[in-house]
Design a protein around this ligand. Structure first.
Ligand SMILES: [Cu+2]
Length: 202
């Protein structure tokens, strides 16, 4: 009795170790730079002007391997251009005063401009999208030297868009801001994709 039970316990331990190893392998695989397994899902964040307010309108969650498209539904000739910029939560300006000073040295809006190769003399950018870390939407930047992933909509026409794969890890939250209108802020949770279970045959 005693030996039978410990044998079963040992088997269970081995099975557990095996499934843990598989889990580690799976996580390691999706953690490779820009190598998330495609889910076949496309998610969208719209930049909208609603009741006089500019905002990001998007899903509550996305998964690694989803395509994430950003679309500018506003007219840059009316409201100016935008950026969709991944930033750390701590670098989001929270007060009106912080938002007013956002485009000054050591603040996130000016930092975002530098990620895009902004030249203050010509007021032109040279990199779009600005890429940081692994390929795809992966990396949040800050105001003190860490670059993040970012897209600039351009200033000429409505409807411009960009699509990149979500390569941030499941369990994280992506915070984003517009460097032109720092009151435009948003977030999306990155969650593990739902894998459909095989249909039982009996
Ligand atoms: Cu904006």
């Amino acid at each position: 009795m005693h030996s039978k039970r410990s044998g079963r316990a040992r088997l269970r331990a081995v099975a557990l170790a095996a499934s843990t190893a598989a889990l580690v392998l799976a996580v390691g695989g999706s953690g490779l730079a820009g190598a998330a397994t495609p889910t076949g899902v496309t998610q969208k964040v719209d930049i909208e002007l609603t009741k006089g307010k500019l905002k990001f309108v998007g899903p509550a969650s996305v998964s690694p391997g989803d395509q994430l498209e950003i679309v500018n539904d506003t007219n840059p000739k009316q409201v100016g251009p935008h950026t969709f910029s991944l930033v750390t939560k701590g670098s989001l300006p929270k007060t009106p005063n912080a938002r007013k000073n956002c485009f000054t040295p050591k603040h996130i809006c000016l930092a975002i401009a530098t990620w895009h190769g902004f030249n203050p003399k010509t007021e032109k950018i040279t990199k779009d999208p600005a890429k940081a870390g692994p390929a795809g939407w992966s990396t949040a930047g800050n105001a003190t030297g860490k670059k993040g992933d970012s897209w600039f909509t351009g200033e000429k026409k409505k409807g411009t868009h960009v699509t990149q794969q979500v390569t941030a890890e499941a369990g994280t939250t992506l915070h984003f801001i517009c460097a032109v209108h720092p009151e435009m802020q948003g977030e999306v949770d990155v969650v593990a994709p739902v894998v459909p279970l095989p249909t039982p045959t009996s």
